[in-house]
Design a binder for this molecule. Structure first.
Ligand SMILES: Nc1ncnc2c1ncn2[C@@H]1O[C@H](COP(=O)(O)OP(=O)(O)OP(=O)(O)O)[C@@H](O)[C@H]1O
Ligand SMILES: [Mg+2]
Ligand SMILES: [Zn+2]
Length: 293
């Protein structure tokens, strides 16, 4: 019994452990006060009692009966669930996912021609190495990266989804007194999973390459996985951000190419066709669902 409770508490932080142990202590002392003539006030079982000398005091220790043991386990499991949900929503709030990708997952991602390798790599992603996804615009790279991020958030990892040009702009803004550069870099370096979305879309300068190198090299050395998405191939990327960065990417990532065409245009065609249909139907008749060909 003790070991079961111990097992439940092994993977949690100190504060969570204290929170749960306080709950268990309250439950036990309530149970002890409810005892009647050496029997459990709930199930009636005989309670074994031991005495122990602690300094000059004699302390009675009661061995919990099965019913209170079960209650302690259930309450602990319930509390752990609540604590885990709190941690997940705290991590999610900090992850920086765009509203468009907040619910992105692999289940709803259409298996379009050209997405096979990317989807397979996303399904196999397990935090033991990074992922580098190349492909044309609109192919679904950012969506897949967000879907992995969402899965890892559910597994209680801390994640950061960073659009590269936006993040660099945020760092630049710190020079005008908005926030702190070292705090931004530190967050990018220490988070369990980092997504660097749209690598190479930023204007290539030495300053940019330095900032990216600081983050990528530190994560590489600490063996923390990073997911990259880009429209560039590795040579083009090396020309923009430098060989040293690409070398670390190659040393830490599975490389996949997504050959799908833009999903955005397919959706746009569908919208335009629905609009055209709507213009031809008499008033009062609603246009139903249409499928792209
Ligand atoms: N296979 C798919 N199933 C469902 N939605 C998709 C799929 N592929 C792309 N999308 C949607 O299409 C839009 C464009 O996809 P996304 O932003 O992931 O493309 P991208 O490859 O990152 O493009 P870019 O290189 O321009 O950044 C998004 O709204 C995304 O949710
Ligand atoms: Mg993208
Ligand atoms: Zn009992």
């Amino acid at each position: 019994m003790q070991t079961w409770l111990g097992d439940l508490l092994t993977d949690i932080g100190l504060m969570e452990r204290i929170d749960i142990l306080i709950g268990i202590k309250e439950l036990r002392s309530e149970w002890e006060h409810g005892m009647i003539n050496g029997r459990c006030g709930i199930c009636g079982a005989d309670i074994n009692e031991r005495t122990r000398h602690i300094f000059s005091n004699i302390v009675r220790i009661y061995a919990p009966c099965e019913c209170v043991n079960r209650t302690m386990l259930t309450k602990t499991a319930d509390r752990l669930r609540v604590l885990s949900e709190c941690a997940i929503s705290k991590n999610r709030a900090k992850a920086g996912l765009n509203p468009m990708f907040e619910n992105a997952d692999l289940e709803t991602f259409e298996r379009r021609p050209g997405t096979e390798d990317m989807v397979e790599a996303a399904l196999a992603f397990d935090m033991t190495s990074g992922l580098f996804v190349m492909g044309s615009y609109g192919a679904g790279k950012s969506h897949i990266a967000a879907a992995i991020c969402n899965r890892m958030l559910r597994q209680e990892y801390t994640c950061r989804y960073a659009n590269v040009p936006e993040t660099l702009a945020k760092i630049r803004a710190t020079y005008d007194g908005y926030g702190s550069e070292s705090r931004i870099l530190d967050e990018l370096i220490t988070v369990d999973l980092l997504v660097l979305d749209d690598m190479g879309a930023e204007k290539p300068t030495e300053w940019v390459a330095d900032r990216l190198y600081t983050v990528i090299d530190a994560r590489y050395r600490h063996m923390r996985p990073t997911i990259y998405t880009t429209n560039l191939n590795l040579d083009e990327l090396a020309a923009r951000v430098g060989e040293r960065i690409v070398d670390r990417v190659l040393g830490s990532c599975r490389i996949v190419v997504c050959e799908a065409k833009s999903y955005r245009q397919g959706v746009q065609h569908l919208k335009l066709r629905m609009k055209a249909q709507a213009a031809h139907v008499p008033d009062g008749i609603r246009v139903g669902h249409s499928h792209a060909q």
